[in-house]
Ligand binder design. Structure first.
Ligand code: 5RP
Length: 220
């Protein structure tokens, strides 16, 4: 078993009959969805909402009942991955481009469990480029505003085309190397009119499950 799988499968143990569950996105969340799929096949009864088209498709393939976000109500637990986790459980997410739906689903959950291999734990956020989701209208104007803020944005690409999120928006990956005041930056970014949201998840994670090189688990 690889480290992502170890962390994800541990998180899947938190899910019990009758729960409403948020399904994350990415290569670690993938294993959580597969484990829950196995448990659903064995009789676990849950309802779920997915944070991306990819996770929606995977969950349906496993037979996990997927409910539209606006119909499912409050979620008990969301299990998701992260690109960086700091000692205060603040996160950078969005490496897989699903940050907006991930943040909405996390905000609607009683508990957000983050699953990752130990390499995602950092002292300070920012080495991983911070994804900022930008509406295509006035994208260049928003890009320049990000430059003026000292965020060093670069458009995320998909081959020769600009990458598009599931919501039809662009992503500017901001290479800041170190983020000194993540809560303040989160607010400043989201105040820019062309920004839909950004990958800083501040005070959202409740439990962090990190699988370490020796196969042991840090459950924080
Ligand atoms: C997707 C995400 C992912 O959770 C994050 O990028 C971590 O991915 P992985 O588990 O593949 O390392 O935020 O938008």
């Amino acid at each position: 078993m690889n480290l992502k799988q170890i962390a994800a499968e541990r998180a899947a143990e938190y899910i019990q009959d009758g729960m409403k569950v948020g399904l994350g996105t990415g290569s670690t969340a993938y294993y959580a969805i597969c484990k829950l799929g196995e448990r659903v096949r064995d009789g676990l009864q849950i309802q779920a909402v997915a944070t991306s088209e990819a996770s929606d498709k995977l969950a349906r393939e496993w037979g996990i009942p997927i409910i539209p976000f606006d119909q499912i109500g409050r979620l008990d637990i969301t299990i998701d991955g992260a690109d960086e986790v700091d000692p205060n459980f603040n996160l950078i997410k969005g490496g897989g481009g699903a940050l907006l739906r991930e943040k909405i689903v996390a905000a609607n959950s009683d508990q957000l469990i983050i699953v990752a291999d130990g390499s995602k734990a950092v002292d300070k956020l920012g080495r991983f480029p911070l994804p900022v989701e930008v509406v295509p209208f006035a994208s260049e104007w928003t890009f320049k505003a990000l430059e003026s803020m000292g965020c060093f944005p670069e458009w995320r690409m998909n081959g020769d085309e600009r990458y598009l999120t599931d919501n039809g928006n662009l992503i500017a990956d901001c290479r800041m190397e170190a983020i000194e005041q993540a809560p303040e930056l989160n607010i400043k970014l989201n105040m820019l009119p062309g920004v839909v949201d950004n990958g800083l998840f501040i005070n959202m994670a409740n439990i962090v499950i990190l699988a370490k090189e020796d196969g042991s688990i840090d459950e924080l």
